[in-house]
Design a protein around this ligand. Structure first.
Ligand SMILES: Cc1ncc(COP(=O)(O)O)c(C=O)c1O
Length: 383
């Protein structure tokens, strides 16, 4: 990041691409085929193998992946989808796209800011069609307990794995616990290419629906016609244009080969960061150290113990060139949701949203920069 007038010295995230990434994209641009095609298929096969999933279907975003996953779970008008509110708005919005109602459930605590299975259980009604669990910051939520809960009631479990590629719970990759997992390749994510997403599933029916609906529910694609497999098509349902394209697929393939190494680096840096942050008075560092090795270590969230100091601490850090963000404001408190779903009260989630700050973090962050953030945070919180 060169321009210090417009960028903070220590940004929240920083993307570093390698020469082979640029080469892969340039080769694709020269190939003359840009929309979905053989590179996308190659990336899908590689990502499915990486996850140990039967199918991986690339789409244009995680939001699209969530929408298609909910549709594949049969979510429709009148149904309810239980979601956390301590997540990005897309987790809930995708239920609204299906004509269903998002039902917001609590997180466990500020130390474990993932969906609370007990609260999910309390919110199940005869209209509950799906539960969507988010693995916040890359740390596994209780997918095992949620799966049991959902299986026993014939409810679909969907995983929003936007933060957690390559993360695990009990030796099983996140995204493979439920009916479908929705990944994000958005700009600031662990495996980022600007825009992109993916649905993974072991179900042939889900895969068939997602594959069809991502491209207008057409029985053949442009690549099939270009490569002479067919010259016509039927439209068999209501589909969307949720396709990924070839340059991004090539970039994903190139970056996927370094994913494990990057996550190993993220884990080492996270362990070091956490030991520095453990010394800072007046903050809670979410999750336990023992959860780090199974995590994708997407971001470094902290919670200021005392309520009402988020804006002040954030602005003190900004004065020192350190960018922070609130990850996340509660969805049910956004104006569109407050008006539509009045009376939702989730005290733990709301406190987390009022006290959380996310700190700069990326795989090539230096120890000096980590030391600088921890020292500045200690000063900012101490007043
Ligand atoms: C938890 C979560 N779900 C869904 C999304 C949406 O991802 P995308 O931007 O790929 O649609 C995001 C992106 O920020 C996210 O953090």
């Amino acid at each position: 990041m060169a321009d210090t007038d417009t960028f903070p010295e220590l940004p929240l995230f920083d993307l570093q691409l390698e020469p082979e990434d640029l080469q892969a994209v340039a080769d694709t641009l020269r190939s003359g085929w840009l929309t979905i095609g053989p590179r996308t298929a190659e990336f899908e096969a590689a990502f499915a193998e990486h996850l140990g999933a039967r199918h991986a279907i690339a789409v244009s975003s995680c939001t699209a992946a969530l929408h298609l996953s909910y549709l594949a779970a049969g979510v429709g008008p009148g149904d309810e989808v239980i979601v956390p509110s301590f997540t990005f708005a897309a987790t809930a919005a995708a239920a609204l796209y299906c004509g269903a109602t998002p039902v917001f459930a609590e997180i466990v605590s500020r130390k474990q800011p993932n969906l609370d299975p007990d609260d999910v259980e309390r919110r199940i009604t005869p209209r509950t069609k799906a539960v969507c669990v988010v693995h916040y910051a890359g740390y596994a939520a209780a997918a095992d307990r949620l799966k049991e809960l959902c299986d026993a009631r014939g409810i679909a479990l969907i995983e929003d794995v936007a933060h957690a590629p390559s993360a695990e719970l009990g030796g099983r990759k996140l995204g493979t616990w439920g009916l479908a997992g929705a990944f994000s390749f958005f700009s600031n994510k662990v495996l980022s290419v600007g825009e992109g997403g993916l649905v993974c599933t072991d179900s042939d029916e889900v895969a068939q629906l997602v594959r069809s609906r991502r491209s207008h529910a057409m029985t053949s694609g442009t690549w099939d016609r270009h490569s002479g497999r067919t010259d016509t098509y039927d439209v068999t349902g209501l589909g969307f244009n949720y396709r990924l394209d070839e340059p991004r697929s090539a970039l994903l393939l190139s970056r996927l080969s370094r994913l494990e190494a990057e996550i190993t680096r993220r884990r080492e840096l996270t362990e070091r960061y956490r030991s520095l942050l453990d010394e800072v008075q007046g903050i809670i560092v979410p999750f336990e150290d023992a959860q780090v090795p199974g995590s994708s270590c997407y971001v470094i969230p902290i919670m200021i113990e005392e309520d009402g100091r988020q804006a002040e601490v954030s602005s003190r850090l900004r004065e020192r060139g350190i960018q922070t963000s609130i990850f996340y404001p509660s969805i049910h408190r956004f104006s569109a949701y407050r008006d539509r779903f009045p009376g939702v009260s989730l005290p733990i989630t709301e406190l987390a949203s009022r006290t959380e700050l996310t700190l700069p973090f990326y795989p090539h962050m230096t120890y000096d920069d980590q030391d600088r953030v921890a020292a500045a945070l200690a000063e900012a919180v101490a007043r």
